[in-house]
Design a protein around this ligand. Structure first.
Ligand code: PLP
Length: 495
């Protein structure tokens, strides 16, 4: 079973190589055209505990890692990191079920995948005969950076540099990054916004590869963002876990369909749900929930993707995105046509838009529904869920909850609904406090305590002690100095 680029048949690699490389040389994403060929007994998986599910599913999707090895990697990756043994608990909220993906070390759902990616990467080095140290570079608008630092912290053979916009992240997000411990981690602020940081990182990759700047130095660059199949695959697991919970608590019988509502940005989370469906899990509709940046809502309703539109900074910043990278994988899986995908992606980069053929659009509509809501509706949803169900949700989850209600109203014959909850409310305390009708006073830390005082909901341990923790990373640099910063760091053996 080979992974191939979504844009040509020229690049075909093993699953371990796909994890190491991240992106194909032609800019495509390593994918399988169909998961239906994988020999997989979904009902047997539902009887396993979450970590055993993870080992089975990951080794089915990444066959270079035998089940026994994967079990060891899963146990190492998730050891003592999550609040509960089942990693991702479900909670009944009104008629719906909320799947809590934020009970990991940084209180965002990215922990689920970024706890596993370093394990998968270091094991892949051995399988591919790769001896260089891996230097991970990541630009972050907040959540990914911290989750990646935590995931790679003290993992042998790896180092990580996270670039964040100096004024573009919340005080809590910044504190999470600059206080991160670990001998192999570095956080560096950039004088510029997120796009500047992201472009800077892309330019470093290009310069290092074109000018062979690290050749013979024993260091290779890699990335931890969600285009890597090693980050996507671990996310498939929680769809099975949620379904098993619904069977076990009697909400559905084995074989009944369940609908999932997913707060969506880069399309990784929801695509994992499509993977679960392809592996045989009885998934009904996958509902794509967006904030005011509703490019995906329009696309899934019309078949036309158009990124030429205003960009809004919203209270659910992890979904503020106009080009959803992982959508490319879905288009490839639905069409099986790398030439078509290459042509659509080239239109997107040249003209800023594309339209999919009718047959492909119909297939999209068979599995997906979409909706969106703005900041005002998000806040209203936080208040409503709190008043009516005494459940405190973050802004991203609130977008999903609101869109779930739209979906149910528009589809009276819907299946039982699972809403994916992607962050702790304490990561976005100002908007959440306002949502429940209170006025924040003081800084973000005070707001956190205020939110706790009003609701009684516990503050996650990793956020509670943040203010007192020692700042370990002080670098603030100009965007044009990013390359020399990386080269200097790459040359230092001990940080
Ligand atoms: C990253 C993120 C999302 C979006 O997930 P995608 O896989 O990019 O679609 C939603 N909510 C939170 C809190 C996130 O950090």
């Amino acid at each position: 079973m080979k992974y191939q680029s979504t844009r040509s048949t020229e690049y075909q690699v093993s699953s371990a190589q796909a994890v190491l490389d991240g992106l194909a040389p032609d800019g495509g994403l390593y994918s399988l055209s169909s998961l239906k060929k994988i020999d997989f007994d979904y009902a047997a998986v539902l009887k396993q505990n979450t970590k055993a599910m993870a080992a089975t599913i990951l080794s089915a999707l990444l066959p270079d890692y035998p089940a026994e090895e994967m079990t060891a990697l899963v146990n190492a990756g998730y050891a003592n990191k999550f609040e509960t043994e089942d990693l991702v608990p479900t909670v009944a909220v009104g008629d719906d079920t909320v799947l809590e993906l934020f009970r990991g070390p940084t209180s965002a759902f990215k922990d689920v995948a970024l706890s596993m990616l370093p394990q998968l990467m270091t094991a892949a080095r051995g399988k591919c005969g790769f001896t260089d140290e891996i230097l991970i570079l990541t630009a972050t608008s907040g959540d990914t950076g911290k989750a990646a630092m935590e995931g790679f912290c003290d993992v042998p053979g790896t180092k990580i540099i996270v670039f964040f916009p100096d004024d573009g992240v919340s005080a809590v997000q910044k504190a999470q990054m600059v206080t991160q411990q670990g001998k192999n981690v570095c956080a560096c602020a950039i004088k510029g916004n997120f796009d500047v940081a992201q472009t800077g990182v892309k330019n470093i990759f290009a310069a290092v590869s074109e000018q062979k700047l690290l050749e013979g130095k024993g260091v290779s660059l890699s990335s931890a963002n969600s285009i890597n199949i090693g980050r996507l695959a671990p996310q498939v697991v929680y769809y099975f876990k949620a379904y098993a919970d619904l069977v076990n608590n009697g909400t559905v019988q084995l074989g009944d369909k369940v609908d999932f509502v997913v707060p969506t940005g880069n399309f990784g989370d929801i695509l994992a749900g499509y993977f679960a469906k392809e592996l045989g899990l009885p998934v009904g509709t996958l509902v794509c929930a967006s904030n005011a940046n509703n490019v995906l809502t329009d696309f899934l309703r019309t078949g036309r993707y158009d990124r030429k539109r205003p960009f809004y900074k919203t209270t659910s910043p992890s979904m503020d995105i106009l080009v959803s990278s992982n959508l490319e994988r879905l288009l490839f899986m639905l069409s099986g046509d790398e030439k078509l995908v290459a042509s659509l992606m080239s239109q997107l980069s040249k003209e800023g838009s594309y339209e999919v053929p009718t047959a492909l659009f119909q297939k999209l509509q068979e599995s997906f529904w979409s909706g969106c809501c703005d900041d005002a509706a998000t806040k209203a949803a936080i208040g409503k869920v709190w008043r009516e169900h005494h459940y405190l949700c973050d802004t991203h989850t609130a977008v999903a909850w609101e869109v779930a209600q739209q979906y149910k109203a528009a589809n009276p014959h819907h299946n039982p609904v699972v809403i994916l909850s992607t962050a702790s409310p304490y990561k976005f305390p100002v908007a959440v406090l306002e949502g429940i009708g209170e006025m924040p006073t003081g800084d973000e830390y005070n707001t956190m305590e205020q939110l706790h005082a009003v609701t009684g909901v516990p503050i996650p341990k990793n956020l509670a002690g943040l203010k007192e923790r020692e700042v370990l990373h002080h670098d603030v640099i100009e965007p044009e100095d990013m390359l020399s910063f990386v080269l200097t760091k790459a040359a230092q053996k001990n940080w």
